[in-house]
Design a protein around this ligand. Structure first.
Ligand SMILES: Nc1ncnc2c1ncn2[C@@H]1O[C@H](COP(=O)(O)OP(=O)(O)OP(=O)(O)O)[C@@H](O)[C@H]1O
Ligand SMILES: Nc1nc2c(ncn2[C@@H]2O[C@H](COP(=O)(O)O)[C@@H](O)[C@H]2O)c(=O)[nH]1
Length: 206
């Protein structure tokens, strides 16, 4: 797929991926674009269809998968999630750095594609702090919370395996984690901004 190198953000549910991602999208408007995934879970208060996710039924999602419309898909905590080719292409067509927010299964499946992203894992300081963050967020039932914690334990183990991620960031202090994330992405941010400046220079020539 064409365009600047994408970025995959992964890590346990509640580690702070969306929080960091939203800061990045706000501070770097015109640089990053969010890849809107599909999911069969219900929207949370404040979430918008087409912006946070494409909220779809299982039937619609399965049909899309069968038609080869997804670069990866996974079952997580009782719901289906997936990255469509169209969502990635939408961002890349705008010449933005495409950011994907996927679970560890997504990471493994994306590694089998030609997407070639930078892989970043956002980890919580501990499972206890993660549990507190998830409880405080008030988005989960006790059952879905337990499923997410179970998936988190596996994710925290796998993130220690060498070679899966280019960088693992522990999100303890939010500002420190954000600074680290920006540092990791400095090179690709600069490359994109230089390329855009070059285009501006050439189009402004008489
Ligand atoms: N460094 C931090 N310190 C304290 N609270 C934090 C920190 N980072 C994020 N949070 C809070 O933790 C909760 C979970 O964060 P967030 O929703 O960004 O996680 P996530 O990884 O995107 O989860 P999911 O994968 O379920 O979407 C949110 O309420 C957020 O405000
Ligand atoms: N494999 C994929 N995982 C995805 C995708 N979109 C989101 N996710 C991951 O799901 C969990 C739960 O998300 P939530 O919004 O319900 O809290 C989280 O780990 C996300 O990273 C996707 O397209 N593919």
């Amino acid at each position: 797929m064409a365009g600047p190198r994408p970025v995959v953000l992964s890590g346990p549910s509640g580690a702070g991926k969306s929080t960091l991602l939203k800061k990045l999208l706000k501070d770097y408007e015109g640089v990053f674009g969010f890849c809107v995934s599909h999911t069969t879970r219900n929207p949370r208060p404040g979430e918008e269809d087409g912006k946070d996710y494409h909220f779809v039924s299982r039937e619609t999602m399965q049909q899309g998968i069968n038609n080869g419309e997804f670069i990866e898909n996974a079952e997580f905590s009782g719901n289906m999630y997936g990255t469509s080719k169209a969502s990635v292409e939408d961002v890349q067509a705008q010449n933005l750095i495409c950011i994907l927010d996927v679970d560890i299964q997504g990471v493994k499946n994306i590694k089998k594609t030609d997407l070639n992203p930078i892989y970043v894992s956002i980890q919580p300081p501990s499972i206890e702090i993660l549990e507190k963050r998830l409880r405080d967020r008030q988005t989960e039932t006790e059952e879905s919370l337990q499923k997410r914690l179970e998936a988190a334990r596996l994710d925290m183990e796998l993130s220690k395996e060498p070679g899966i991620f280019d960088i693992v960031i522990i999100n303890d202090d939010l500002e420190e984690a954000y600074e680290k994330l920006k540092e990791v992405l400095t090179e690709c941010i600069n490359q994109l901004q230089e390329a855009k400046n070059d285009i501006l220079f050439y189009v402004s020539l008489p």
